[in-house]
Structure formats: C-alpha cells, structure tokens
Design a protein around this ligand. Structure first.
Ligand code: HAM
Length: 424
C-alpha cells in the first residue's frame, strides 16, 4: 500500500530543512539577545485550554480528538495559551518580568494553500509581568530586530488598539464580542453591520465604530480617535498607547497606525500589531501579536502580558522572494574516495581526522573512482580527496571538482588545500 503525507503537511528535504534550521538559529540569537529564555511545551493540550479564550477563528480550525481514556485534547494551534498555562502552573512566583520564547510546530485544520498549512512553525515571545509602555515597545522592537537580523527589507508593521474597539462594542451593549471582532479581522464589514443591526445598535454608534475602524496612517490618527470618542477612559488608553509608540520609535521601529486591527484570537485587550511581507501573495501576514489577558482565565493572578509570533514558513517564503541567502554552505564539503579496496581502511581513517576540520563523507558503495567522483559532483561537493599509493609517502590527491584541477598534497595540509580559496 502506498502512503502519502497528511494533507497540508510537508516533508522538508535537505535545503528546505537547512533553511528552516538556519532561520531558527538567527531567531534564537535575536530572542536571547533581549534576555528571553526558551520554553518547550507539549504538542497537545487539553481541549478546554484552547477553546477557553482563543476565539472562534481558531477553535473552528482545531485538530481535536479523544484519547483512549476519553479525555479531550487538541494539537496546539498556537503557543500563547500553552505558555500561559505553563506560567500559571509553574512560574507565578518567579521574579518579573518573565521573558519566554518558543520555536515550535503548530497545527490548524485550514484549507491548505501557498503559505497556509495544517502543520506550520511559529517563533514567538511572551513578556509576562511588565505593565509598562516600554515593555510593549520592547515587544515591537524584538519583532523588528528579528527582520533586520534575517535581512528582510520589504515589510510593513501596522499597530492598532483592540481596547478601543472592545470599549465601543461594550458601549453598544455587546458583551459577546468574539464573533464580531472575528468579522472585523476578516474584513467582513457588511455581515458585521447586519449583526449590529440585529442587536438593535443605533445608526450613530454603528457609524462611529466604522469610522474608528477606518482610521489609519501616522500618529495623528490617535488624535482623531480622541476627538471622535471624547471618553476619559479611552483618553487614558490613548495616552499610554502614544507612549508605547514613542518608545517604539526611539527603538527604531517604523510603523503605521491602523485602528481596524482586530486579530483572529480572542484574548487581546490593548495594543495589537501585524507585520506583512509585501512580496508575498494572499497569505502575507508573517507576524501577529499584542497585549492580552489569559492568566486569570487559567485561574492565575491577573498579570500584564504582551507577545507576538512569527509564522516561519511564510517568513522563509518572504526571505526567498527577496533573494536572501538562507544558510548556504559556509565551509567546503569533502568527498573521500579510495582508489581501490586496498586503500579503504586508510580512507576511513583519513575521513575521521579530516572531519574535525571540514564536513567529510567517504565513498560507501565501492564505486570505481570515476563514478564516485561524478556522484560527488552531482551532490555538490567542492573537493574530493583521493586516497591512493601516495599515502605511503604521507600524501593525498586533492581534486577541485569544479575546476577539475588536482594536486598532490601533504597529509597535514589537506585542510588548507580544501579551504574555499585554497584548492586551486
Ligand atoms: P496568529 O496571527 O494566529 O497569532 O499567528 C501568528 C503567525 O503564524 C501568523 O502571522 C502567520 O504568519 C502564522 N500562521 C498562522 N496560521 C498559519 C498557517 N495555517 N500556515 C502557516 N502559517 C500560519 C498567534 O498565533 C498568537 N499566538 C501570537 C501572539 C503571541 N500573540 C501574543 N503572543
């Protein structure tokens, strides 16, 4: 019987796997440079953890199942809820702020297309217990630094404030806000208006909501929000928002304000942001995040939390579109071929020594020299080390597989000879 991969999943071969790991390494460096430490959580979580406050959007797309004892589980669709569960379980007493990062696979039962998969990778951070605007600004700065470190150029950061949208909905008497925020997130504005009418929201309030959602541009947007709402509480929120943006600017973050950002997840409460890669097609949102409340939903003490997650698959697609070299070979690879069975043991020993200096492989299929060399060329090796009778004089033949030049080299000088520019 022939088997295929589960729909929406991928096998990552050679270069694809290398690119993912390279990007992961760069991301790790960035997160750790800001003092975040890694957290690894289980691939599955109790279903209720995910359904508690993640919003319709995600719950609809869960991989959920019952185990043999009848317990309900879900494969994690994201990491924020699992990380906050782990924080409430084990880290509430730790000194604040707690700074955590993750690079893990996630699962969502979505319709697969380019940049949208059922298994994908996320890299994100959660800043727990820093209630200040500079804390939020740091989150924005990390997301920006990560793109600088990876070399992505053509992207845009949009920052909004879901607290304002929530406040407006609350004023309209709408307490069950998840589905309406979902509609804003999916830009289903007609459906939203119909729903508001069905909830008997008057025309003036509806128009005000749409006006606020439509505000986008520079810092002046915040003033417009203040003028339109004339609400003391919102004024306070806007002042804080302004401070976050001030610090973000000081940290070198370039952004636009977009008051229509609602995010697809239900736990956000304040500043929210999304990053788009301009060179990607339909699925061009590479990052999303913001300030949220989850600890108290999981029976912990209330605490300020802010974070983001990048989708690595989309990030890699965006980097490739911009022609960024993702972890291309840094050293030369060496293929070691004995000229005959008599020199096989010697070849194996030489490989063991050389491996400390350059990645090495030995011919394992006892092919004749010509065939072995053509295999090495096809596999992209830059150099072959041919082990033959010269070994008796402590020498080897080093062949540059690109230029076809070869020369006899002292055993101790092979490293120099296979150095990228030293092979002749
Ligand atoms: P999210 O916007 O649902 O936020 O996902 C973050 C990123 O994951 C998206 O911007 C996208 O790049 C990527 N992504 C999502 N679904 C898929 C998919 N099916 N295939 C490929 N990539 C995908 C969160 O998950 C929040 N937990 C972010 C966060 C952290 N907020 C606060 N802290």
């Amino acid at each position: 019987m022939a088997f295929t991969r589960p729909r929406g999943t991928r096998d990552l071969f050679d270069n694809e796997a290398r690119r993912l790991r390279w990007v992961e390494r760069r991301i790790r460096e960035t997160f750790e440079s800001f003092g975040y430490s890694e957290i690894i959580t289980p691939t599955l979580e109790k279903l209720e953890l995910i359904t508690a406050k993640s919003g319709e959007e995600i719950v609809e797309h869960l991989y959920d199942f019952k185990d043999k004892a009848g317990r309900k589980y879900a494969l994690r669709p994201e990491l924020t809820a699992p990380v906050m569960r782990a924080y409430v379980n084990s880290l509430q007493k730790a000194p604040k702020p707690v700074k955590l990062y993750y690079i893990s696979n996630c699962f969502r039962y979505e319709r697969p297309q380019s940049g949208r998969y059922r298994e994908f990778w996320q890299a994100g951070v959660e800043l727990i217990g820093s209630p200040t605007p500079e804390g939020e600004a740091e989150i924005l700065a990390i997301s920006n630094a990560l793109l600088d470190n990876l070399g992505l150029k053509d992207f845009a950061i949009y920052i909004g404030h879901i607290g304002v949208l929530r406040k407006l909905l609350t004023k309209m008497g709408i307490t069950e806000q998840s589905s309406m925020l979902g509609m804003i997130d999916r830009e289903e504005y007609e459906e939203l208006d119909e729903r508001l009418i069905a909830c008997e929201v008057d025309r003036k309030s509806r128009e005000l909501l749409f006006k606020i959602m439509g505000l986008s541009g520079g810092r002046d947007v915040l003033e417009r929000v203040g003028e339109l709402l004339e609400d003391e509480e919102i004024e306070g929120e806007m002042e804080r928002f302004e401070e976050t943006l001030d610090f973000a600017e000081e940290l070198g973050v370039g952004y636009s304000v977009d008051m229509g950002i609602a995010r697809g997840l239900d736990y956000y409460t304040g500043m929210v942001f999304e990053i788009y890669a301009k060179k990607l097609g339909a699925e061009n949102q590479i990052c999303g995040g913001g300030s949220y409340r989850l600890a108290e939903i999981f029976s912990g003490s209330p605490i300020s939390t802010c974070g983001f997650a990048y989708g690595l698959d989309r990030l890699i697609l965006a980097l490739e579109k911009e022609g960024v070299a993702l972890g291309e070979e840094e050293g030369s690879k060496v293929y070691i071929v004995p000229v005959s069975r008599d020199y096989l043991s010697e070849a194996l020993k030489i490989a063991s020594k050389l491996r400390a200096q350059a990645p090495c492989e030995v011919e394992l299929n006892r092919r004749k020299l010509g065939k072995a060399l053509s295999y090495a060329s096809k596999k992209g090796f830059e150099f072959a080390v041919i082990v033959g009778e010269e070994v008796k004089e402590n020498k080897l033949v080093v062949k540059n597989l690109k230029s076809r030049e070869q020369r006899v080299v002292e055993m101790g000088r092979v490293k120099e000879a296979v150095h990228r520019n030293g092979g002749g």
